[in-house]
Design a protein around this ligand. Structure first.
Ligand SMILES: [Zn+2]
Length: 502
């Protein structure tokens, strides 16, 4: 049944509880594919990174990529999962043009990692635990390009092109248990979970997890059930949602859509759905297969994976500090609020600030430049903070010049502008542009005298004891020296000249 009028999100929540299940696919950053030696490098000409194994030629025999297994175990451990002592790959049979073997090598009832959790922090600081069902290894499919239609989709296309370079690239699929109890915060929980998972994957160094590049994608399962009922409703599965914001929107839309259907007395069809970036809606895909439709059976060409406990413990020892723990530690070190830390995270500035502090800056100065001048600059040029042509060491040098009094904030901003414009290191920009705070009395004296002469009435007020009026004269000197005067010294000189005690 289709619904033309969506019930509001608030009305939907007044009658129903959302239950979510999130399935995230992560492409591992291994050098070679999961079951053959083909390169995984992006950007090569179509079908140049293939071999008999990943093209599914008869008789070709796969071999498991050890780094792929190691990455899967690391992800499992970081998600507090148990690691299987023995597990197998399975064939998931289905016919699809971008899958040359006509089955996907995956894992079925014996995943490498299972029964874990990930704690995610919501924007108000509350921690929500998302339970992990399993993390299993599998391989990516090839890529189809549909040519000749108006939409780029298969419908209406005249022909389709297939590129098998991606076929066989290692994937880890991470599946949550049903996420219940999030209520109206379900969209926020979904987004926070995917964000936290992405940070974790990056911290482990197993993938760059760039959603915009398809290295990480999320399938959003959602169902509603009336308040007080235990049994889950029928779910829909919105496939391949490609950004954090889209995950949030997809959940919200499906909550409203399900509620609209159910409130009108309709039934939800179990199906996959497509998400549309333009308006945040979803449309029907195909009717969802049940697991038995795939006729899973153990892969006879691969030996079972049986990671020794020693190896697992060794890998556990290599795990980095978890991102949420690290963020909380930094938040305390830096003395910032939860909200500020969230902004720093959203701006992609955490690692940059850490590196700037390591290069000698104090954390307040590092935060100030990255979250102020540099964030503005990144915003204007539409790039990521990390992509700006300035290094943490250069920012630390600017902060040092300010700390020692050679630059004031205004001059420091000009130095940063110079570095971003490719004029060289901060010291080179200072030299070239002649940007130094002038604190030398002989150089400042003339400007101070002129300011006093030009503002006789103000000077009289100061002589009369109204010391606060000195600010106007300091301003005049700063203007005359194009901001390069040492303001504190200027103030002292003015008061000295007028015979007043500061
Ligand atoms: Zn290959």
């Amino acid at each position: 049944m289709t619904v033309t009028e969506l019930v509001s999100y608030e009305d939907a929540l007044a009658s129903y509880d959302p239950v979510m299940g999130l399935e995230v696919h992560v492409e591992l950053g291994t050098k070679t594919k999961m079951f053959c030696g083909c390169s995984t490098e992006l950007g090569a000409d179509p079908n140049t990174q293939t071999c008999p194994v990943c093209l599914g030629m008869p008789g070709a025999l796969p071999v498991v990529n050890a780094t792929g297994v190691e990455s899967a175990i690391k992800i499992g451990l970081a998600l507090h999962c148990e690691i299987a002592e023995w597990c197998r790959f399975a064939r998931k049979n289905y016919f699809y043009p971008d899958m040359p073997k006509n089955f996907q090598t995956s894992q079925y009832d014996e995943p490498i990692a299972f029964n874990g959790y990930l704690d995610v922090q919501l924007e108000d600081g509350e921690v929500f635990r998302v339970e992990i069902e399993r993390a299993h290894m599998e391989e990516d499919t090839g890529k189809s390009t549909h040519v000749g239609g108006a939409t780029g989709r298969i419908h209406g296309a005249q022909h389709s092109l297939l590129d098998y370079n991606r076929a066989g690239i290692p994937l880890i699929e991470i599946v949550t248990k049903p996420i219940e109890g999030a209520g109206e915060r379900a969209p926020e929980v979904a987004k926070a979970y995917v964000a936290e998972l992405r940070e974790l994957i990056k911290a482990l160094g197993v993938s760059e997890a760039r959603m915009e590049m398809g290295q990480m994608r999320c399938d959003v399962n959602l169902s509603l059930r009336p308040h007080g009922r235990e049994k889950f409703g029928t779910r829909s599965e919105t496939k391949n949602v490609n950004s954090l914001r889209s995950v949030e929107r997809a959940v919200r839309f499906e909550v409203q859509r399900h509620a609209s259907v159910l409130s009108a007395g309709g039934t939800i069809v179990q199906e996959t759905r497509h998400f549309h970036e333009e308006d945040g809606s979803t449309t029907s895909g195909r009717i969802k297969e049940e697991a038995e439709d795939y006729r899973y059976f153990p892969e006879p060409d691969l030996v079972p994976v049986a990671p020794s406990r020693e190896w697992v413990e060794e890998l556990r020892g290599t795990l980095p500090e978890l991102p949420r723990v690290r963020r909380n530690r930094l938040r305390e070190d830096w003395g910032v609020t939860e909200h500020d830390m969230q902004s720093i995270l959203n701006a992609g500035a955490v690692d940059l600030i850490v590196a700037t502090v390591e290069a000698g800056a104090d954390s307040a100065a590092a935060r100030k430049w990255w979250m102020g001048e540099l964030a503005r600059s990144a915003n204007e040029s539409g790039t990521d903070l990390a992509a700006l042509p300035i290094t943490p060491a250069q920012v630390a040098r600017v902060a040092a010049l300010v700390a020692e009094g050679s630059l004031n904030d205004k001059l420091a901003r000009q130095v940063i502008e110079g570095v971003l414009a490719g004029e060289g290191d901060p010291d080179a920009v200072v030299d070239k542009r002649g940007l130094k705070v002038v604190s030398d009395d002989s150089a400042l004296g003339a400007a101070v005298d002129e300011a006093i002469a030009a503002n006789a009435a103000i000077a009289d007020k100061i002589r009369g004891g109204k010391v606060a009026a000195a600010g106007a004269l300091v301003g005049a000197v700063m203007k005359a020296t194009r901001g390069q005067a040492d303001a504190a010294r200027v103030r002292e000189l003015i008061l000295e000249r007028l015979g007043v005690e500061g």
